[in-house]
Ligand binder design. Structure first.
Ligand code: SAM
Ligand code: SF4
Ligand code: SF4
Length: 355
């Protein structure tokens, strides 16, 4: 344990607590600061993407979290504010499907008052009717997940027979109200790899950056296999053979996506190589679950419950010390040390803490 961290007792819960100056932003055991907080507002989703919430597990019998166990918007705002005081520069609202949470625009309005970049990741299915209210509430950008353009493949990926046209309408609506849009596509070999080029062709020149994400072994429900991963290198080569691209410099240190721009100047794409080229050494991300647990890694086996502090009357200093203590103890580098055994281990589910 870091020598500046002591345990504190909060109700029945033991959390780490920092002892140093409160206004000194923490770094973890590998020297990484905390910059990016992902806030999952619900564990529910109207899709059943086979790489995230396979129907075999997330079926009618699956028990989602009861509403009163979720952090309220006021609680989320408080946690986010304390994180911003500790160096967080970017907040991303995610889920589950964040638009399943009622009145999400009210949370956006609260978070938009903080001096940070505020973004949202969504499957886009409900975006068309919400884009204007999100923009008005102060959302700055949106990322829409889209795994194919052709309807049969798209319906197969979401596994609830949802038509791609409605997601495309959501993307148009967001762009129409002035929200910059990025597209995320998870690629699974033999399932949607044939959809890569059509997606690139469709968005080339549109101003929307498409990012290809390697299929990851998140959670414990997927039966993930390495040979289902399409390495980013292969995706880059495939695109380059038809539409020449060249590497572009990162926008900032620690950017997760590697940027490639079209040589004809018509925009760029990105690849997120979480499996084949791990980027743990620059990982500054922390995740807050819908029930108020903090996870220091996407592949964590456990979280730190701070809801008990929030609901037990803890003051800002106590919560800040817990946040600092949790971060100062962090040594996560899962993707750098992934093996077949770690891939099979029990980990937190993606729909619970967001991507
Ligand atoms: N429901 C929203 C959506 O789909 O955009 C937000 C939550 S989702 C968990 C966040 C991101 O994680 C999505 O872009 C999704 O494609 C990605 N994701 C989910 N499971 C994944 C996996 N096994 N490997 C790689 N990315 C995954
Ligand atoms: Fe739902 Fe997003 Fe997971 Fe798909 S990736 S099941 S849309 S939470
Ligand atoms: Fe960060 Fe964990 Fe992903 Fe590594 S594996 S980049 S530490 S979230």
């Amino acid at each position: 344990m870091n020598k500046r961290v002591i345990p504190i007792k909060a109700g029945s819960l033991i959390l780490p607590s920092s002892t140093g100056p409160l206004d000194e932003a923490p770094v973890d055991t590998l020297g990484r600061p905390i910059r990016d907080l992902r806030i999952s507002v619900t564990d529910r989703c109207n899709f059943r993407c086979n790489y995230c919430m396979p129907k075999t597990v997330f079926n009618r019998d699956f028990k989602f979290m009861p509403h009163d166990s979720l952090l309220t918007f006021e609680e989320i705002e408080r946690v986010a504010r304390l994180f911003v005081d500790q160096g967080v520069e970017k907040l991303r609202i995610t889920g589950g499907e964040p638009l399943m949470r009622k009145h999400l625009e009210r949370l956006i309005e609260k978070l938009a008052r903080l001096p940070v970049e505020l973004t949202l990741t969504t499957n886009g299915s409900l975006l068309a009717r919400k884009a204007q209210s999100f923009k008005d509430a102060g959302l700055q950008r949106v990322t829409v997940s889209l795994d194919a353009l052709d309807d049969p493949t798209f319906r197969k990926m979401n596994d609830v027979d949802f038509p791609v046209a409605e997601v495309l309408a959501g993307i148009e609506a967001a762009a129409g109200v002035g929200l910059p849009v990025k597209i995320n596509m998870v690629v699974k070999r033999g399932v949607n790899d044939q959809a890569i080029l059509p997606v690139v062709r469709h968005f080339k020149g549109s101003g929307h950056i498409v990012r290809f994400i390697e299929y990851m072994d998140v959670g414990s429900s997927l039966g993930w296999k390495m040979d289902e991963v399409v390495p980013s290198r292969e995706i880059v080569d495939l695109i380059n053979a038809e539409l020449p691209i060249e590497p572009a410099n990162p926008n900032y240190r620690g950017e997760v996506a590697r940027r490639w721009r079209f040589k004809d100047g018509s925009g760029e794409i990105g690849v997120i190589s979480s499996v084949t080229e791990a980027f743990c050494s620059s990982c500054t991300r922390l995740r807050l679950s819908p029930e108020g647990s903090l996870y220091t890694c996407l592949f964590a086996q456990g979280g730190h419950d701070i809801r008990q502090l929030l609901r037990g009357g803890a003051d800002d200093e106590t919560i800040t010390r817990a946040i600092q203590g949790i971060w100062q103890q962090r040594g996560d580098r899962y993707s750098e040390i992934r093996t077949a055994d770690t891939a099979a281990a029990r980990k937190v589910e993606m729909h619970y803490i967001g991507g």
